[in-house]
Design a protein around this ligand. Structure first.
Ligand SMILES: Nc1ncnc2c1ncn2[C@@H]1O[C@@H](CSCCNC[C@@H]2Cc3ccc([N+](=O)[O-])cc3CN2)[C@@H](O)[C@H]1O
Length: 273
């Protein structure tokens, strides 16, 4: 019964995503107060600091970084693009892949101005904020493709998408728990993406704690499997990762803006032994 339930849940989830609105989603989550670079306790600066530290503390290296479920956002690879020669972005929806392509081709009409994000990460790297144009150029150089992905498939990417050895590092932000109908599906998806990673490679995972829904557009209410820290740790362990670090951010009241019922955000650095 459980399996049947999960299959139906995954199909229902896919139907929800047909109504996902990238522009609205960007406005809900990637503008102030959640993305306020003047506020020490804003969520996006916290996420960027976690990613900067994880990519630059010396144990993460290689050629290829793959971002799992990029959505219409780029912030997740702003630090990684300085460490890896090649970055692949992925998403389930063509509307999101198109949004990313628009930015990459610098043709204007993007749903969000990423300049403040680029400037903030330059600051984290000890560079002058005006170096953001170099970082933008670097990003446009290292991102070599934007691929379709389905984390519920035992083979999430097309067979020839990655070198046979796999990716050297995976990053995934707010994806798995938002596309999984239950904890079993979340854990299984972690196992599916693990196969994309070479032995010794790292997984950098950011996700929501206590989230049961979010709005992917006006009136587009998308169910989320609510997770707590213990479940995240157990799922990582069960799906074959070694946990290196788990950090938690608890949302201040004024970050709860009605677009979801998130209570916290987790950051995980883990390794595939
Ligand atoms: N089967 C699939 N495989 C892979 N990707 C898939 C699949 N189905 C949909 N997708 C793809 O995954 C989706 C990724 S966006 C998911 C949004 N996650 C929840 C949202 C995000 C968010 C952001 C920021 C903050 N905060 O506190 O600052 C909180 C929150 C919590 N609410 C979307 O791109 C879809 O296109």
């Amino acid at each position: 019964m459980e399996i049947k339930g999960t299959e139906n849940g995954i199909a229902a989830m896919a139907a929800c995503y047909q109504r996902f609105d990238p522009a609205a989603y960007l406005q809900y989550n990637y503008t102030p107060p959640r993305a306020d670079f003047e506020r020490k306790d804003s969520i996006v600066p916290w996420k960027l600091a976690c990613l900067h530290r994880a990519f630059t503390e010396g144990d993460v290296s290689g050629e290829l970084l793959v971002d799992i479920g990029s959505g219409p956002t780029l912030y997740q690879v702003l630090s990684g693009c300085e460490v890896f020669k090649e970055v692949l972005l992925t998403d389930y929806l063509e509307v999101n892949r198109q949004e990313l392509r628009r930015w990459l081709q610098d043709e204007g009409g993007c749903g969000l101005d990423w300049t403040p994000y680029l400037q903030h990460v330059c600051k984290l790297e000890g560079r002058r904020p005006s170096a953001w144009t170099e970082k933008a150029a670097k990003l446009r150089h290292v991102i070599t493709d934007i691929l379709p992905i389905d984390v519920h498939s035992a083979q999430p990417l097309a067979p020839d998408a990655l070198p046979s050895a796999g990716a050297d590092c995976l990053v995934s932000c707010f994806c798995l728990e938002s596309v999984s109908p239950d904890l079993a599906a979340f854990t299984k998806a972690l196992g599916h993406i693990r196969k994309l990673l070479r032995p010794g490679g790292h997984l950098l995972l950011i996700g929501a704690l206590g989230e049961s829904y979010y709005f992917g557009g006006p009136g587009v209410k998308i169910p989320v499997v609510p997770l707590n820290e213990a479940q995240v740790c157990a799922s990582l362990n069960e799906s074959g990762y070694n946990l290196i670090r788990l950090e938690v951010y608890t949302l201040p009241q004024d970050m709860r803006v009605g677009v979801d019922d998130v209570s916290g955000v987790f950051f995980v650095k883990a390794k595939k032994e």
